[in-house]
Design a protein around this ligand. Structure first.
Ligand code: ZN
Length: 395
């Protein structure tokens, strides 16, 4: 009789044979991640498991997997989660940005509005040459991000031009971004969003809006948001935060969430994340759908805005490890169509895997206002599998 280990191995091997692999191959797997603690919210796995990879796909997840001649990675003491997806990043605006993100365990990202129609080719070139899957939100302002605010002149929001650019680059453009803060859009916030929605209509792509400190009431903005659209900077402090002074989430925000609008963090560096507002929102029971960095090379250093650190900050505020993992894996994968196959370690899924280490000690965490809090634990990237290939964490 076969013992459990042999049975599992045999079953997995048969699975691969059925998928058309040649008989007599030395090992049925290319890579086995051994002994890590797997958290895969999409399939409900929350236990020590081995994970086997073959042909760029997840081939098996089981208590023990015989590696045979496959490459093995010892993940004992580490967490093994689906490859992390950062849906609000500016990695596409920096040469080498995607590769830097891969070092942090990011196997998919969305460049959220760095560029508009005028210079979209620059960001497309970076995204297409990066190692992992990236998608682009085109800024509704043709200029892209401007330090003085790209929507101060509403003529920058050229609907026809944005539409044409999306149609031309639909393979990489996954949506539209509109920044609605007073310092970006002045009085034009609602009109800018209206134009973004108009530009999105023919292709049906979602619109991501950047909220917080807008001139128009947030309820007016929320009224234009449809199922599948995304609100980023959900923890932004007042004016026009999603929570009122009494700690109640605005009814227009609850209604938007109920009709399927996503709420994303977008950590960023200025005006988007303050401890007290975030605590109020979480205390009201309103949880983010996704955690994201609003990544830039400067932010990665200045406030340690890498995704594992962002996750650690929310754990400090009381979210569980399973919750923050869901935010950056299965939840993030659902927001944009290009990532829907990802975000899970189910057999047959693309073999994108992030390893994380949860270290104990004293860790200083900053909000966007440089107020320091000290947490007792912090997540660190500990290696990545991208499309079945092991990429060790650089020393
Ligand atoms: Zn951003």
């Amino acid at each position: 009789m076969m013992n459990r280990r042999e049975l599992l191995t045999t079953t997995a091997a048969f699975g691969l044979l059925a998928a058309g692999r040649a008989f007599g191959a030395a090992a049925p797997y290319d890579l086995v991640i051994k002994g890590g603690y797997v958290i895969d919210p999409a399939s409900g796995v929350n236990a020590v498991r081995d994970v086997a990879v073959a042909g760029g796909k997840i081939a098996a997840v089981a208590a023990t997997i015989e590696a045979g001649g496959a490459q093995t990675v010892n993940a004992a003491g580490k967490y093994v989660i689906p490859g992390m997806i950062d849906i609000h990043s500016h990695a596409g605006d920096t040469q080498g940005g995607p590769a830097m993100n891969l070092e942090d365990g990011i196997t998919g990202y969305v460049d959220a509005g760095s560029r508009g129609a005028d210079k979209i080719d620059d960001v497309i070139a970076v995204v297409k040459s990066g190692p992992q899957l990236g998608r682009i939100l085109i800024n509704i302002a043709r200029t892209g991000l401007l330090p003085g605010g790209e929507l101060q002149d509403i003529n920058n929001a050229d609907v026809a031009l944005a539409r044409d650019t999306i149609a031309k680059h639909r393979d990489v453009i996954a949506g539209i971004k509109a920044r609605l803060s007073k310092n970006v859009a002045g009085n034009n916030d609602v009109e800018a969003l209206r134009r973004a929605k108009e530009a999105a209509a023919p292709s049906g792509v979602p619109v991501m809006i950047h909220i917080g400190q807008s001139l128009s009431p947030l309820s007016q903005v929320m009224a234009l948001m449809k199922k599948g659209d995304i609100v980023t900077h959900l923890f932004a402090p007042p004016p026009e935060a999603i929570v009122d002074d009494a700690g109640k989430i605005l009814p227009s925000v609850i209604e938007a969430q109920q009709r399927g609008v996503w709420f994303d963090m977008g950590h960023g560096r200025g005006g988007h994340f303050r401890w007290d507002t975030t605590e109020k929102i979480l205390a009201a029971g309103f949880l983010p759908d996704t955690l994201s960095t609003d990544w830039t090379p400067q932010g990665r250093v200045a406030q340690f805005v890498d995704l594992p650190t962002v996750m650690s900050k929310l754990m400090y505020l009381g979210m569980s490890l399973e919750q923050v993992v869901a935010c950056v894996t299965c939840n993030a994968a659902r927001v944009f169509e290009a990532f829907r196959e990802k975000g899970s370690l189910k057999v047959g899924s693309p073999a994108d895997i992030s390893l994380l280490e949860l270290r104990g000690g004293g860790f200083d965490f900053l909000d966007n206002y440089n107020e320091k809090r000290t947490g007792k634990q912090k997540l660190f990237p500990a290696g990545t599998v991208l499309a079945g290939k092991w990429i060790p964490r650089p020393a």
